[in-house]
Design a protein around this ligand. Structure first.
Ligand code: PEP
Ligand code: MN
Length: 332
């Protein structure tokens, strides 16, 4: 249940209600909201006089649901806004991992040349093997922030554990929570205590309910700036790396109020399929696309097979443009 309290409610009453209902208290615009478990269907009568409006739910997908907020949430990242009625689709490009200054600079230059606004690059890589490249860590984040300053780009980079959240907040504009970290409550709770936008990637073995529940951890802690990212789930199919769940995206668009970014690179796992998939994703009118690109993909230290080279990225950008125009979408 979400309870919107009357304006100017006495703080002692608010605290008593939060305590007795075991509720989260957050502020939205000017309103005080209490969020309880969805198993609560009726409010004790004595509290009714303090309530402006309340919403009852059939599951714990509450703050992220359209039945609470009908319109899609708007998220502002510097001078770029996605979601709401903006019809903006954020096209994010950059390598899987930051590997060197010259490598990340070349990606920054490509984004700038195409008039795009956000650069990706992982610095804390959640690799399947401990013997693989683990990312440049804080030195990589400093390189990203240098690109932010020099090229005026926004930066997205991922956290692998909760101890890195403060550094990622300092050096980036959007915090990425990776698919393997989607269940990490230390990370989710730490990200709920900032207002910095957070992009949560769907765990490859997670249901849509579990995915939106991860978002609720961040939302209920007080951070309204949550973006969902579908990046492929594991199915019986082995010819492609994962299976991009576009049906799931349609479900999220119908029932969730959060902006959605699609990641065809990780879903496909092979660069040959990325351009056509990206077009299919744009046709779903999502709020963003995140595509891996590298100056020399075969030499990449992670995800070599799925990264586009710069020529391929630029060609894709050119193909997306008329499609975006026909849909009334602006690529930003
Ligand atoms: C990535 O974005 O490079 C990444 C590791 O993605 P995922 O968490 O979806 O595997
Ligand atoms: Mn990757």
């Amino acid at each position: 249940m979400i309870i919107q309290l009357k304006k100017n409610i006495d703080s002692a009453i608010l605290n008593e209600m939060a305590l007795s209902l075991n509720a989260f208290h957050i502020k939205r615009q000017d309103s005080d909201l209490l969020i309880t478990s969805s198993s609560l269907k009726e409010l004790p009568g004595s509290y009714e006089k303090h309530v402006d409006e309340l919403w009852v739910f059939s599951s714990d997908m509450q703050l992220s649901s359209r039945s609470f907020q009908k319109n899609k949430v708007e998220i502002t990242i510097g001078d770029v806004t996605i979601g709401g009625n903006t019809k903006n689709t954020l096209l994010i490009g950059g390598p899987c991992s930051v590997e060197s200054e010259s490598q990340i600079r070349s990606s920054a230059e490509l984004m700038k040349k195409l008039g795009l606004s956000m650069l990706r690059g992982g610095c804390f890589k959640p690799r399947t093997s401990p013997y693989s490249f683990q990312g440049m860590g804080i030195d990589g984040l400093k390189l990203l922030s240098k690109m932010r300053e020099e090229y005026g780009l926004k930066i997205i980079s991922e956290v692998r554990d909760a101890t890195q959240v403060a550094d990622v907040i300092e050096y980036t504009d959007v915090i990425q929570i990776g698919a393997k970290a989607m269940y990490d409550q230390g990370i989710l709770r730490a990200c709920s205590k900032t207002q910095k936008p957070v992009m949560i990637k769907r765990g490859f073995g997670s249901s849509l309910q579990e995915f939106t529940q991860a978002a609720e951890f961040v939302l209920s802690g007080g951070n309204p700036n949550v973006i969902l990212c579908e990046r492929g789930i594991r199915t019986f199919e082995t010819k492609t790396r994962f299976t991009l769940d576009l049906c799931g995206v349609a479900w999220l668009q119908e029932y969730s109020n959060l902006p959605i970014i699609l990641d065809p690179s990780h879903a496909m796992g092979y660069s040959y399929g990325v351009p056509s998939l990206t077009k299919a994703c744009l046709a779903m009118e999502v709020d963003g696309l995140i595509i891996e690109t590298h100056p020399n993909p075969s030499q990449a230290q992670s995800d070599a097979s799925q990264q586009l080279n710069y020529e391929e990225f630029e060609n894709l950008f050119k193909e997306l443009q008329p499609l975006a125009n026909s849909l009334g979408i602006k690529l930003v």
